[in-house]
Design a protein around this ligand. Structure first.
Ligand SMILES: CSC[C@H]1O[C@H](OP(=O)(O)O)[C@H](O)[C@@H]1O
Ligand SMILES: Nc1ncnc2[nH]cnc12
Length: 288
């Protein structure tokens, strides 16, 4: 059994990671385009970490311009075995006030202006997204968040919107009527792509605001999100440390490690050699 290499994708307000030993900066390479920025690698305890700031340092990238295919491909090439996302989100429920950390377990994907699959013409594949989050990683991350002093809720649906504008009140009410817990602009197609790359994915969503559905509260604004996020950042960094220290030296396999078995439907004689080459990291295990 091999060890863990935990990929950490930092969201709004989280552009670096603390306490890394053997810290190094890697220029990421991807056959799918430009990742958001440099990868920071290092070690906490026995766990190797690879950190990627989703919006790049200085928050250069808006959500629709994040190339999640390049990000996931680069993290896979860097040897990641699992991916933890850390995100700022709006709350769609009264009982999830700002400061709450939600380990989401479901998604509704309303994004529409993004590349959503590594596969395509010449290599069609269909992976299951019934359970989009790895329960093992989500459980460990939730426990680490508790150790970091955050109020934690396990489970909830994340509504992924395109943005960059925040929602209208009618949209916010619609998503509430669908039973969604939180809203954000980045976890999709990231979670879908992690699954296609056979990387177990979990997301800790840090509530920064009540979006705009509450009649007696001002609608969400960036300045407010960042204010709350700065308070959450200290706990988010402590969470990563606690999680890295909690992971055992050996990583038991996950069914997600082999989820491409049987997922590729294009017959071997009909596969596009350029696609096969491009997918060397994501699907090399099954494409040979
Ligand atoms: C700065 S508020 C909106 C921004 O924050 C969230 O991003 P992330 O998930 O990377 O923390 C949200 O999805 C929006 O992109
Ligand atoms: N209300 C909100 N809507 C979408 N993304 C967010 N990120 C933080 N708060 C948000």
């Amino acid at each position: 059994m091999a060890g863990w290499t935990l990929g950490v994708i930092g969201g709004s307000g989280l552009y670096d990671i603390d306490g890394l030993e053997d810290r190094a900066v890697m220029r990421p390479h991807s056959s799918f385009g430009e990742p958001s920025g440099d990868l920071i690698t290092g070690r906490i305890g026995a766990t190797r970490l690879v950190f990627l700031p989703r919006h790049d340092v200085g928050h250069r990238l808006p959500p629709s311009d994040i190339d999640s295919r390049a990000n996931i491909d680069a993290l896979k090439r860097a040897g990641c075995t699992d991916i933890l996302s850390l995100s700022a989100v709006g709350s769609l429920r009264e009982n999830l006030p700002p400061g709450t950390f939600v380990a989401v377990d479901q998604y509704i994907d309303r994004t529409f202006a993004r590349e959503k699959s590594f596969f395509g013409p010449g290599l069609a594949a269909h992976v299951s997204m019934a359970d989009p989050v790895c329960p093992r990683l989500a459980g460990l991350a939730a426990q680490a968040a508790r150790e970091a002093g955050a109020p934690v809720v396990e489970g909830g649906t994340y509504l992924a919107m395109e943005g960059p504008q925040f929602s209208t009140r009618a949209e916010s009410e619609l998503y509430r009527s669908w039973g969604c817990a939180v809203i954000g602009m980045t976890n999709m197609p990231e979670a879908k792509l992690a699954r296609e790359a056979e990387l177990p994915y979990a997301s800790i969503c840090m509530v920064t605001d009540y979006d705009c559905w509450r009649a007696d509260e001002a609608a969400v604004e960036v300045t407010h999100v960042l204010e709350v996020m700065h308070a959450n950042t200290v706990k988010a960094k402590a969470l990563v440390r606690a999680l890295a220290l909690a992971l055992p030296p050996e990583r038991p396999t996950s069914p997600i490690d082999r989820c491409l078995d049987g997922a590729i439907i294009t017959g071997p004689l009909h596969r596009d050699p350029d696609m096969i080459r491009r997918l060397d990291a994501v699907a090399g295990r099954v494409l040979g």
